[in-house]
Design a protein around this ligand. Structure first.
Ligand code: F6P
Length: 548
């Protein structure tokens, strides 16, 4: 069954939303709150450890009803069924999209081409578990008989960002293994990591779904040559393992087939941390915690599959993005976690969101005449407050922002946590209410500022407010809640892709640059710069001349 294909702008809900937009655009959220004392009760969802308050948005009940109508008109219900039932919804690559199967229960059935994939998923999980336990217990040793102390994950994109984000986020649950990530083709990256490790006690996890990615293969080769300066060829088997769908290429590289953790083409790179791509996560926090991460994601999958749209967190958050992106003309969204542990969350989701929904051709192959994929950016609070919040508060651009915070800190430091969270609450309040003229003038009077100076300063000190935010308040940062949080955004991506009528699970746009880089490399290697546009030729010649 293929996905429904409906131009969202041709639906009756879209037309109604356009009219509704003109009714609501000039109404301020301050007025909305003043006129409705129970507003927050209407616009929040409580689910397990999550409270999602979306009342600080430029919406009323009619907005939500119309957005839900839009979701229904474009066939979101049917699309969710196709997604979970293993249909080849990644139609341009003729693949199913089943990262949800990786966190399913053993009794579940997920069919790909009529075959239940769950037994295979559990086989690989068992392999991850026993390998993790053998490394952590010291049963598996390096070539001189020493216990492993360091892990190096070699991968890029989805084979790096997910594991790196989760290992950072779950540092509190981490064991004493040192974990490093090498991703960039920039040789300085790998050399900095090599400085910190000892070949006798380091395990290398080469992660590449295709095992053809230039960056990963080059880094793996550099590391293997470095390793062979102290070890012998037969020691490679003890120190190198791989995660890939391409067993032939892995063995060609010299990694023992027994050291390969398989994955499947129905898992997209940016959604793969739940598969053996998460091996480094399992090594860093132990298999039990890795499994809790999976079960948190599974809970969100069930919520997404079963909750009615008006109570469905990924659906509501996805629809709000459509509202701002397509009706208010907002181009970007900020993600601000109030947890230093989540410092890699926005970069991780940049791939998830922008690689998935950065498309301009619809599911019928036609050029799209409306806006799709939003630009995602963000940094943890409170650091970001002292960096770019000025623009969110007083700039000319509308930037809907998700605030993610936790009720309980992990080390129980109440003083720090209350200060952190008071900033968290204060920011969304300030973004909503701003600061009125009268309030600023009162402050001037109290400070004894003279009239002339006050008149000059007034426009700079007034904040219009009326800036939309979602608040995601979660009990505490655990493997399970992190799993649910990541899955929430994965499903939000799906919702948006369905409404925009695009294919979210391919990434043809990154291929052209890769192809050109290969042919330019050949020209550089042969010192023979071929014909390019004048700018590229000029740059290449300058590079060659100045390298000598
Ligand atoms: O850059 C595109 C991409 O294909 C990503 O989608 C993927 O996560 C990354 O490259 C790495 O690919 P691989 O795991 O095959 O090395």
């Amino acid at each position: 069954m293929s996905l429904p294909s409906v131009n969202p702008t041709q639906t009756s809900a879209w037309k109604k939303l356009e009219e509704h937009y003109s009714e609501i655009a000039n109404l301020s959220m301050q007025e909305m709150f003043a006129n409705d004392p129970v507003r927050v009760e209407k616009f929040n969802i409580q689910w397990g450890d999550f409270l999602i308050d979306y009342s600080k948005n430029k919406i009323n009940t009619k907005t939500i009803n119309l957005l839900v109508e839009l979701a229904k008109e474009v066939g979101l219900e049917k699309a969710i069924k196709s997604y979970f039932s293993g249909d080849a919804i990644n139609q341009t690559e003729n693949r199913a999209v089943l990262h949800t199967a990786l966190r399913a229960k053993q009794s579940d059935v997920f069919l790909v081409d009529g075959q239940n994939v769950i037994p295979e998923v559990f086989e690989v999980k068992a392999k991850i578990q026993s390998f993790t336990n053998e490394v952590l217990s010291g049963e598996k040793k390096g070539y001189t008989g020493k216990k492993f102390t360091d892990i190096v994950n070699i991968g890029i994109g989805g084979s790096d960002l997910g594991p790196a984000m989760v290992v950072e986020a779950l540092q509190f649950y981490k064991n004493d293994l040192n974990v490093h990530f090498v991703s960039n083709i920039d040789g300085d990256h790998v050399n900095e990591v090599l400085k910190k490790i000892n070949p006798e006690t380091t395990l290398f996890v080469v992660v590449s779904k295709t095992f053809t990615t230039q960056e990963t293969l080059t880094n793996a080769e550099t590391i293997r040559s470095w390793f062979l300066k102290s070890a012998k060829q037969e020691d490679v088997a003890k120190h190198f393992v791989a995660v890939s769908t391409n067993i032939a290429k892995v063995t060609e590289f010299g990694i023992d087939a027994a050291n390969v953790f398989p994955m499947w083409d129905w898992v997209g790179g940016r959604f793969s941390l739940w598969s053996a791509v998460g091996l480094t996560i399992s090594l860093a926090i132990g298999f039990e915690n890795f499994d809790k991460l999976l079960s948190g994601a599974n809970k969100m999958d069930l919520h997404f599959k079963e909750a009615s749209f008006d109570q469905n967190i990924p659906v509501i958050l996805g629809l709000l993005t459509i509202w701002y992106n397509n009706f208010f003309g907002a181009e970007s969204e900020a993600l601000i976690p109030y947890s230093q542990y989540l410092q890699k969350f926005a970069p991780y989701l940049q791939q998830g969101i922008m690689e998935s929904n950065g498309k301009s051709v619809d599911r019928n192959g036609n050029l799209i005449g409306y806006q799709t994929g939003t630009i995602i950016w963000g940094e943890p609070g409170t650091n970001s407050q002292h960096a770019f919040f000025q623009l969110i508060h007083q700039g000319t651009k509308l930037i809907p922002t998700d605030f993610i915070g936790f009720v309980k800190p992990l080390y129980g430091d109440k003083d720090h946590h209350d200060k952190l969270m008071s900033n968290f609450f204060a920011q969304t309040e300030a973004l909503l209410n701003g600061k009125a003229k009268e309030q600023v003038n009162d402050e001037f009077a109290k400070q004894g500022i003279d009239k002339e100076k006050a008149a000059f300063l007034l426009p700079f000190k007034v904040f219009s407010g009326d800036k939309p935010t979602n608040t995601l308040l979660i009990t505490s940062l655990t493997p399970e809640t992190l799993g649910s949080l990541i899955a929430l955004y994965e499903h939000k991506i799906f919702v948006q892709g369905i409404i925009w009528n695009i294919f979210s699970y391919d990434q043809w746009g990154v291929e052209l640059g890769k192809q050109l880089a290969n042919s330019i490399l050949e020209e550089i290697n042969n010192s023979l710069i071929k014909e390019h546009d004048s700018s590229t030729s000029y740059l290449l010649n300058y590079y060659q001349k100045n390298q000598r």
